[in-house]
Design a protein around this ligand. Structure first.
Ligand SMILES: Cc1cc2nc3c(=O)[nH]c(=O)nc-3n(C[C@H](O)[C@H](O)[C@H](O)COP(=O)(O)OP(=O)(O)OC[C@H]3O[C@@H](n4cnc5c(N)ncnc54)[C@H](O)[C@@H]3O)c2cc1C
Length: 420
């Protein structure tokens, strides 16, 4: 059996793997990136046709390259993929595409790991799992397969034309759910949207995008989510030039809002009595950000235009004052359900001691409990920005530093360890 060798094997060539390669290259660390599909594949084939980035092009990018679109505009999903491919070329990332990692195991009585791939065996002293948090679409089993409904995950949604005739229920009101529901409603579909707990920052306030506000207020750098808000999703949109997500506006436009989907029985879906609370908590989050922004302006004597109209909250729609708790899907004409409830990890190939009992990575800032194994692209890996394009770049820098530190220990007076 021929075995290839590399110092660091990076698994995955999305933004995380590319950033990792840049920083390893800058440190002169020999490495190889393997990707089972194409570079930045998720941005091409796991996103709907009309998706644009949630943040403006000046912000949602790596420091070393600007987008070829208006900096205040929102790059389309193909623009993002093209950008990442161009970036990989710019940093000369040694990426092998079409190679799937099937298992990573600790080498017996030797430093490093044996990596079985679809293209042979690779021994690596260090492995970075840069496959991130968006690997397995979460598809709840709430509504049975034989319920006669077309059920898909948001990652399988492309455009309204792909769905059978009829009304659509979108479950989940983070950035994906609200944008998909809005697109369906605009296409003339009767649309229902199940809304859970969420934050909804203003798209912009006093002339600055919310990405700017989160930056100057230090919120992208927050090390942990606020207590009790671990599962709160964020509802933002760059669609149609970017606008604040406002659930009352969505309802006024014709979308029927519902609480969290809870149970299904004989064609009837039941919803929690939490719609009003979820929307009002979102309002509180929204208003508190305006307060913090105002305080920042005052404290620093900035000359940013006042925007009192941003504080106007519209009247509650009927679907909030008289919430629907039970919906007979057939009677409502619903033929499709889109589950926009997120993704989970898929580390089935990583057979090392770096996971807790529930299968979650055990790590500190990406440095796992199995020496030599590193994670990248996890939500809140080191900060709020970690799973986003601009944040993962900084985490990759940290991981490259940790690998360089480990290499320097091994190189120090231990020639027997310095090579495989
Ligand atoms: C709908 C949606 C919109 C988003 N919009 C934004 C946005 O506007 N701005 C922003 O900053 N972030 C956004 N994100 C979040 C995040 O930036 C993206 O999810 C991004 O794709 C994550 O990059 P990644 O490199 O961590 O993971 P991925 O892009 O998922 O890349 C991981 C790669 O690993 C490969 N891989 C997995 N397992 C293996 C294996 N065993 N062997 C070999 N290869 C493997 C996969 O094929 C994949 O290409 C969005 C996320 C979603 C879901």
């Amino acid at each position: 059996m021929s075995i290839q060798e590399t110092e660091v094997l990076v698994v995955g060539a999305g933004q995380a793997g590319i950033a990792m390669s840049e920083h390893l290259g800058a440190q002169g660390v020999p490495h190889l990136v393997v990707e089972r599909d194409r570079i930045a594949e998720r941005w091409r084939s796991w996103r709907w046709d009309s998706l644009v980035a949630n943040g403006p092009a000046w912000h949602d990018r790596f420091p070393g390259l600007e987008f070829d679109v208006d900096p205040d505009g929102f790059a389309g999903k193909e623009d993002v993929a093209d950008y990442l491919v161009a970036y990989a070329e710019k940093v000369d990332a040694p990426i092998r595409t079409g190679v799937e990692v099937r298992s990573v195991q600790k080498l017996h009585k030797r430093l490093g790991f044996r990596v079985e791939t679809s293209d042979g065996v690779i021994d690596a002293r260090y492995v970075v799992a840069a496959t991130g948090a968006f690997q397995k679409p979460v598809l709840p089993s709430l509504v049975p397969d034989d319920a006669g409904l077309h059920q898909i995950h948001s990652s399988g949604y492309r455009n309204p034309r792909q769905l059978p005739e009829g009304a659509v229920l979108v479950v989940g009101a983070g950035s994906s759910g609200v944008q998909i529901a809005d697109e369906l409603r605009r296409s003339g579909r009767r649309t229902y949207l199940a809304v859970g707990p969420h934050d909804r920052p203003p798209r912009s306030y006093r002339g600055r995008d919310f990405c700017w506000w989160l930056g100057v207020l230090g919120k992208w750098d927050a090390a942990a989510p606020p207590r009790g808000a671990e599962h709160v999703t964020i509802a933002v949109s760059g669609a149609h030039g970017g606008h604040t997500v406002d659930f009352r506006d969505l309802a006024a436009d014709g979308i029927t809002l519902l609480g969290r989907a809870e149970s299904f029985d004989d064609g009837v879906l039941s919803f929690a009595a939490d719609l009003r609370a979820n929307v009002e908590n979102g309002d509180t989050n929204y208003l508190s950000m305006l307060d913090e922004a105002d305080a920042y302006v005052t404290r620093n004597g900035l000359d940013l235009p006042e925007e009192p109209e941003a504080r106007i909250i519209g009247p509650d729609p009927k679907c909030m004052t008289h919430p629907i708790r039970e919906l007979d899907l057939a009677a409502a004409g619903i033929t499709s359900v889109i589950w926009a409830v997120g993704f989970s990890f898929d580390y089935g190939w990583l057979k090392v001691d770096a996971f807790d009992d529930s299968g979650k990575p055990r790590h500190q800032r990406g440095v796992s409990t199995e020496p030599g194994i590193y994670f990248l692209g996890l939500p809140w890996q080191s900060r709020r920005g970690s799973s986003f394009i601009w944040g993962v770049w900084h985490d990759a820098k940290f991981i490259a530093d940790q690998i360089a530190i480990q290499r320097s220990y091994l190189a120090h007076h231990t020639p027997a360890l310095a090579s495989h």
